[in-house]
Design a protein around this ligand. Structure first.
Ligand code: SAM
Length: 312
């Protein structure tokens, strides 16, 4: 399809979905015209199945009230769908070679292209500058080399306006991020994600939906940011430290994994676990976030960490 007779994406009678920027012909024509070669190091695997951007945008649940931040628009196939649903879209792309291509493929009034490394963007300031007080959603097909740092940055530093993050990541990473406590896939990162958001896998995406085709399958994950943390803990940083130490040596009991490295004696950890009705042999992977929060509180009440004396 020529670039100037684009149609809104619709399901045809055969169930086909149309998005010109997902057509291999269009992608190849743009590559030839702009002498563009994929940069593997930047995770450049572009979507070539038009159903996927359509389903990502549906899954993100955005409407014209929303401002959307897209990280890594590539040649713009997801941006194209976002522009039709969201009030405003800002797409941050690191690769300067893609900017002239995006200017050509996305002639929408509500789309702004920014050339920058997302990790260098001052998040709070930029979101306010771009979207004001609008509710904001992040929607992206993330570059795989930097998926986890991007997701963690968004969750841990979430500005007030940020409501949800819907992103395509490697399937294994998706399973780890959304793993329930007690499951084999559960890691420190799953509990961190759970602290900041309600996360779920929306759908899986086969490797042949991309050009060039990656070696692994992918999945789309949606994180809905929590307004309030799901657990109370008197020192959240200490709780995350215990979680990290516990999962750092996940085959060891929590007492050994934490007691060997942390600031708390093994005997004190074992006593606290028993006080909570848990076995002193328990491993981190069997513990919930609220159990880590309670354990942290108990350890901080220990004699080596006395509560400050009240002044008369
Ligand atoms: N959204 C397009 C799609 O779905 O076809 C492209 C997705 S591709 C997996 C990832 C994109 O992220 C590439 O365009 C790449 O250049 C860009 N990218 C990589 N690192 C980035 C970073 N640190 N900041 C912003 N964009 C980045």
């Amino acid at each position: 399809m020529a670039m100037d007779d684009r149609q809104p994406p619709v399901d045809g009678p055969d169930g086909a979905v149309h998005n010109p920027l997902c057509e291999r012909e269009t992608i190849n024509a743009l590559r030839r015209k702009h002498l563009f070669a994929f940069n593997k190091g930047l995770g450049q695997n572009f979507l070539c199945n038009p159903r996927i951007p359509r389903d990502i945008v549906r899954g993100a649940g955005i409407d014209e009230q929303f401002g959307v931040l897209e990280i890594g628009p590539g040649i713009g196939c997801l941006t194209y769908e976002l522009a039709k649903q969201a009030g405003q879209v800002v797409a941050v792309e690191i690769d300067a070679r893609l900017i002239p291509i995006l200017r050509e493929t996305l002639p929408f009034d509500n789309v702004q292209i920014v050339q920058a490394d997302f990790m260098e963007v001052a998040l709070h300031q930029a979101l306010f500058q771009w979207f004001g007080a609008r509710p904001v959603a992040v929607v992206a097909n993330l570059p795989y080399y930097i998926t986890t740092p991007i997701v963690m940055r968004l969750l841990e530093q979430a500005p007030m306006q940020l409501r949800s993050v819907t992103v395509m990541v490697q399937r294994e990473v998706a399973e780890r991020l959304c793993a329930p406590p007690g499951s084999d896939a559960c890691g420190a990162i799953s509990l961190t994600v759970d602290y900041y958001s309600k996360a779920r896998i929306l759908f899986k995406v086969p490797a042949d939906s991309f050009v060039p085709m990656p070696k692994v399958d992918s999945a789309v994950v949606r994180f809905d940011l929590r307004e309030h943390p799901p657990v109370d803990c008197r020192d959240v940083a200490e709780m995350f430290n215990l979680i990290k130490l516990g999962f750092g040596q996940r085959r060891k009991t929590l007492v050994n994994a934490v007691g060997n490295q942390g600031r708390f004696a093994k005997s004190r950890i074992a006593e606290s676990l028993e006080q909570m009705g848990l076995s002193r042999e328990i491993r981190a992977e069997r513990m919930t976030l609220s159990q880590f929060a309670r354990l942290t509180d108990l350890l901080l009440e220990a004699p080596e960490h006395p509560a400050p004396e009240r002044q008369p």
